[in-house]
Design a protein around this ligand. Structure first.
Ligand code: TNX
Length: 532
């Protein structure tokens, strides 16, 4: 059977269900059977552009398997080393990486012959008995292909110690490329600090779903979490012990920590987008440096979860010296092209002041070589078209955003009632908030970024992002519980073709993915919507 596409699997499932209806005795068994993807090519998350399982023998990963990377390419070599690291613990095999011809069974990572269809982030993967070949035009594409390959292996490949079993990859082919170039997760390390190790672990997790940006929310009312040399008390005092929600979220990133995170993310083909939220959400800074307040006096630090009460002082010159220093230092530390300046919920800043502030600050981002992102409200300042508003509201109409799009701005889609990973799943969820409603897995999955907000069509979508705010989150376990399985839903909306969108298919694939999370020890929410 050459052409076993996902569509065929869906039709197959429908046929099975119809048979079950005709024979009630079969119903229970058939429902379970319909849940099983027909092959691992139909279990991929995010769903690829095209995938076919082929008849014929599988590739068997064995003790002599080597990874052969594009001769002379450091990038391919690094992806090869990464893949070897993923395969060694569970198999116990040495998995050598070489750029020479290999005589044994090999996994080839090549930067030629991929074709133009896969673009600069996609890949082509071919599996037969003798060889697995991933071809791409870039290292990013090879890395994406490697994530697919990890999912084609048995779930136990995610275990961290040797498992005695066979490691086969069924024969087949994938041709893949993303719907949107920007696919992100956001982590709030201001409300509760999360350590570099926790952030790295999250980076590893999100990379598996072909997320390619991590937005770090570095500053807020309850904490300032990044060292700034020209304002040296900001981080140690604004991010020290006793800061954070309920006073138990202290900690901050030194510049070395941040640079190390940037490099780690890069090794996972993820670009960091730093956010310094302003002019609201600034109580931490205002509590450390009295001179930033209109009356010159520091405000008391806050550890509650109120929003919208703080504002930088719009009329003071020192405000712009402060903002420029921070933007300059963050831009210098950040190789990625984007810098997020927040701008949300500035309820304590009158509209006219807000516009004046943004009109002075947006050019500073450009001055230091970065493209500015801002939350939806940034559109109130009628920003230049290079500025990317991030839609977070729950309403599907937003006049100011639609006007920005009409002027030419592109938009990041993260509607709070769909994409916010910090909303509770249901009334029984211990962690999380409820202001945007409960978000079960199906709610997170069932929306279309290309038509969600009126006036914001597919062409106006810059990308998709899943924010995780951490008012209620402390540990990595907490982060994982809220992110899985909803993060993969948002990742699929960012990567997979709109035509492939299918809840029944997605929930069946998630059930398979649950086995991987179990093997890996990921703390995920066992949603009753999924037949785990
Ligand atoms: C709203 S959405 C916020 C954050 C909160 C979040 C909690 C947005 C841009 N601002 O300050 O942490 O809700 O869900």
């Amino acid at each position: 059977m050459q052409k076993r596409t996902r569509m065929a699997a869906v039709l197959g499932a429908a046929a099975l269900t119809m048979t079950a209806l005709a024979h009630p005795a079969m119903a229970e068994q058939a429902t379970t059977a319909a849940q099983q993807p027909a092959s691992r090519y139909e279990a991929l998350i995010p769903a690829p552009l095209e995938a076919d399982a082929h008849q014929g023998p599988a590739f068997e990963l064995g003790p002599h398997t080597v990874i052969r990377t594009q001769r002379g390419s450091d990038e391919a070599r690094q992806v090869g080393e990464y893949l070897a690291e993923q395969l060694r613990p569970a198999t116990g095999y040495p998995i050598k990486v070489t750029d020479r011809a290999a005589d044994g069974p090999s996994i080839a990572l090549l930067l030629r012959g991929a074709g133009t269809r896969v673009g600069d982030q996609g890949y082509r993967l071919d599996v037969n008995r003798n060889e697995i070949t991933i071809r791409a035009n870039t290292g990013d594409g090879l890395f994406a292909g490697v994530q697919t390959l990890r999912q084609l292996l048995p779930a136990e490949i995610a275990a961290d110690s040797p498992r005695a079993r066979e490691w086969s990859v069924p024969a087949g082919r994938v041709v893949d490329a993303p719907r949107f170039a920007y696919r992100a997760a956001m982590l709030d390390i201001a409300r509760h600090f999360h350590t570099p190790d926790e952030i790295k672990s999250y980076i590893d997790q999100i990379a598996h779903y072909k997320i390619n940006y991590l937005h770090l929310h570095l500053t807020d009312d309850q904490g300032w979490r990044i060292e700034i040399d020209s304002w040296p008390r900001l981080a140690p005092e604004g991010g020290g012990e006793g800061t954070g929600v309920d006073g138990v979220g202290g900690g901050y990133l030194t510049k070395e920590d941040y640079a190390d995170l940037v490099a780690y993310a890069e090794s996972r083909h993820i670009t960091i987008v730093p956010e310094i939220d302003m002019p609201g959400h600034t109580n931490a800074a205002l509590s450390v440096y009295g001179e930033l307040n209109c009356d010159g006096k520091p405000v008391p630090p806050r550890t509650d979860t109120e929003v919208g009460y703080s504002s930088l002082c719009i009329d003071l010159d020192i405000t712009y010296r402060f903002v420029e220093d921070v933007i300059r230092e963050i831009a210098e530390l950040t190789p990625g092209p984007y810098l997020h300046i927040g701008g949300d919920e500035a309820h304590a800043t009158p509209d006219e002041d807000y516009r004046a502030f943004m009109q002075r600050v947006l050019p500073l981002v450009e001055k230091y070589g970065k493209r500015a992102f801002g939350w939806t409200e940034v559109t109130k300042a009628e920003p230049p078209t290079s500025v990317v508003p991030q839609f977070w509201h729950t309403n599907r109409e937003n006049a100011s955003l639609a006007e920005a799009v009409a002027r030419g701005n592109k938009v990041i889609m993260s509607p709070a009632n769909k994409a916010y990973l910090d909303m509770k799943y249901d009334e029984n969820t211990q962690l999380g908030l409820t202001w945007a409603g409960y978000i079960e897995v199906k709610d997170a999955y069932e929306w279309d970024p290309g038509s969600h907000v009126s006036g914001v069509g597919e062409d106006a979508v810059f990308g998709v992002e899943a924010p995780l705010w951490s008012e209620t989150l402390r540990s990595l376990d907490d982060i994982e519980f809220m992110a899985f399985p909803r993060l993969p839903a948002i990742a699929e909306l960012g990567w997979s073709p709109a035509e492939s969108h299918d809840w029944e298919s997605f929930r069946a694939r998630l059930a398979e993915e649950g086995k991987r999370w179990e093997a890996e020890g990921v703390n995920f929410y066992r949603s009753p919507q999924i037949d785990w």
